[in-house]
Design a protein around this ligand. Structure first.
Ligand SMILES: NC(=O)c1ccc[n+]([C@@H]2O[C@H](COP(=O)([O-])OP(=O)(O)OC[C@H]3O[C@@H](n4cnc5c(N)ncnc54)[C@H](O)[C@@H]3O)[C@@H](O)[C@H]2O)c1
Length: 270
């Protein structure tokens, strides 16, 4: 059921690769709730992914941009305002990639060029997005900027490798830029810390199935799905969350504050 929560709002959605992507599900939800947006992804993902299907479904234009390139981002924000006919109310950063994880490098044998790439693509790009939004004067007052993160930024999940540092950077940027943008423009900046979700990025982490099941058993509500995440993002882009900023918002079915559950105790009993 739709409530027109985003009627009249304009934005940019990064990171829809295929129908499993959190950004893909979010685009469909935002469309249903009356929002208009441009879609963007890295030029390489554009060739491999199915973003054109989504663009047709949502009646949205696609603007390729590598989120680490300031000039691509500048074009993206400028063109989005032209296409959508005004300044923006929301931006979703749904981007993550680690060459070290992709190539199964152990944490004690990281390739440092790749490490810097991980930090740039998955962390610093969020600063570049916020800074470009500010420099192009793209945001309306009371706009909302969000990035997606994972609890491995705060607690150790060994297979998450250098992505853990990238997510810590990302969450810190939300606090620092949230302060700046709040003061300057009343724009809020937050991260959503999502449960493990079956997507291309998620399933790329080795042992994903096991920690998906572990998280499900450790969460009183179970794992939050991609659809649940899309709903929460919609709320965070709506006027009903105007005073929430500089937060890392746990969207994890209770995982982060649970010590142990009966289900796990049963499993561990000899
Ligand atoms: N899937 C999970 O279990 C899970 C859990 C918590 C948080 N997250 C986060 O959610 C976000 C979305 O991931 P997803 O799970 O939907 O997977 P996904 O693989 O569908 O999305 C990741 C996206 O990042 C894009 N990307 C990679 N490099 C880029 C670049 N240089 N410029 C622009 N875009 C680039 C990819 O093309 C892809 O569309 C990520 O930040 C991820 O870390 C995922």
């Amino acid at each position: 059921m739709a409530y027109n929560l985003l009627r009249g709002k304009r934005g940019i959605i990064f990171g829809a690769l295929d129908e499993n992507s959190i950004a893909w599900k979010t685009a469909l939800k935002i469309k249903e709730e009356g929002g208009q947006f441009t879609l963007t992804n890295a030029p390489i993902a554009m060739r491999m992914g199915k973003i054109k299907e989504l663009a047709t479904q949502c009646n949205a234009e696609i603007i390729p941009a590598d989120a680490t390139s300031e000039s691509d981002l500048n074009t993206l924000f400028t063109k989005s305002m032209e296409i959508l006919g005004g300044k923006l109310d929301f931006v979703l950063h749904s981007i993550g990639m680690s060459p070290n994880v992709r190539k199964d490098k152990p944490y004690g044998d990281l390739n440092y060029d790749w490490y810097l790439k991980t930090l740039d693509i998955s962390g610093v790009s969020f600063h570049k997005v916020c800074q470009t939004a500010e420099k192009t004067d793209a945001m309306n007052e009371w706009g909302s900027i969000l990035a997606l993160t994972y609890i491995a930024s705060q607690r150790t999940f060994p297979d998450y490798s250098d992505m853990a540092q990238a997510k810590a950077v990302l969450e810190s940027i939300a606090r620092s830029y949230g302060y700046r943008f709040g003061k300057a423009k009343k724009v809020r900046v937050n991260t959503i810390s999502q449960s493990p979700t079956v997507t291309t990025a998620g399933a790329g982490i080795s042992g994903f199935d096991v920690f998906f099941d572990y998280a499900r058993m450790m969460s009183p509500l179970g794992n939050a799905s991609g659809e649940d995440c899309a709903n929460y993002i919609t709320l965070m882009f709506s006027d009903y969350s105007r005073m929430v900023t500089m937060q890392n918002l746990m969207h994890d079915g209770g995982f982060s504050t649970t010590g142990i559950t009966e289900e796990l105790i049963e499993k561990l009993k000899k």
